[in-house]
Design a protein around this ligand. Sequence first.
Ligand SMILES: Cc1ncc(C[n+]2csc(CCOP(=O)(O)OP(=O)(O)O)c2C)c(N)n1
Ligand code: SF4
Ligand SMILES: [Mg+2]
Length: 329
Amino acid sequence: MTTVQDLPQIKGVKNIPISEGYTSGHRTCQGCESALVMRLMIKAAGQRTIVVGSTGCMYVANTTYYSTPWVVPWMHTQLGSSGSAATGTAAGLASMMRKGKMHKEPINVIAFCGDGGGADMGLAAISAALQHDEYNLLILMYDNESYANTDIQASGSTPYGANTTFSPPGKETRIMNKRWKKNTAPMLAVGHPDVKFVATANGSYGLDFNNKIRRALTIGGPTFIHSIDPCPKGWDYDPKFSHELGMLIVETGLWVQYEIIEGELTLNGPSRAIARGIRKRKPVEEYLMRQGRFAHFTKEDIKIFQDRVDESWEKWWLPGVIPVTMGQD
Ligand SMILES: Cc1ncc(C[n+]2csc(CCOP(=O)(O)OP(=O)(O)O)c2C)c(N)n1
Ligand code: SF4
Ligand SMILES: [Mg+2]
């Protein structure tokens, strides 16, 4: 028995599978990139897949009043439990097959979580899942940079200064959220040396997204993907600009596209061109000023933001990825 499915890399958009596992029947906002991420994910994984998802927009808006877009087995799990649900599902399948209660075949197990459920509340369970190298499972963290489902509260993944219901700009204090965004994928990659695949992804680069899902599912063992998902409601912009904002966050160098395969890091798409000096980073202002959540920013706030992004590319030991600098000998 093979332990993983044979999911070859997709060469070109014309070869993307036509079949859908995430169809009509959801009630996400117009322009919701997280919904696109779900669609891309299951398109790449195929029908022999079990999806479990923690509480958040991708649970609530996808299972309202007996309607659902999922046409693969799907289960809800508690907000901080994507890691434990993934481990339990993979262990359950292995046990049923070992006991002869199920036909032996490789079934993909994918657990998704939001940034609140993953990078904040569920970090411990994800860490535990990433140490169970006897199971094949993928954890996909879709990051809309807030606790969106409960009305856009700030999470550890919310960017510096963003207006959320927990961090509204006021007359006395303009910048309420002074934290820099959590750097989740490198944290998990560096902290779990046996994990064979950790990547960042973005629905605006669809084919790259599909192929990262396939690489994660076929490499064996637990794997992790962190996607950045523009959210018209929380980021406050016209839904028609979701795709463009997804590209801008990469083009400004604020989000870096990469994958770490068996400990080796490769930058992808525009991030690779930026790192090689082939392409210049766009000013972050072009990205920030397209969104209402940064509408209160002054020139000074934009400069603070730009300086942090510049620093990540110019001073970090692994530019844009790992926030440490080399100390003196
Ligand atoms: C233990 C627990 N605390 C709080 C909640 C309420 N709650 C439901 S969804 C949600 C937001 C989750 O945010 P995130 O994981 O980022 O997903 P998103 O809603 O942004 O898609 C919260 C706080 C809950 N369901 N369970
Ligand atoms: S609030 Fe954001 S993540 Fe939630 S359904 Fe709407 S666009 Fe999607
Ligand atoms: Mg969220």
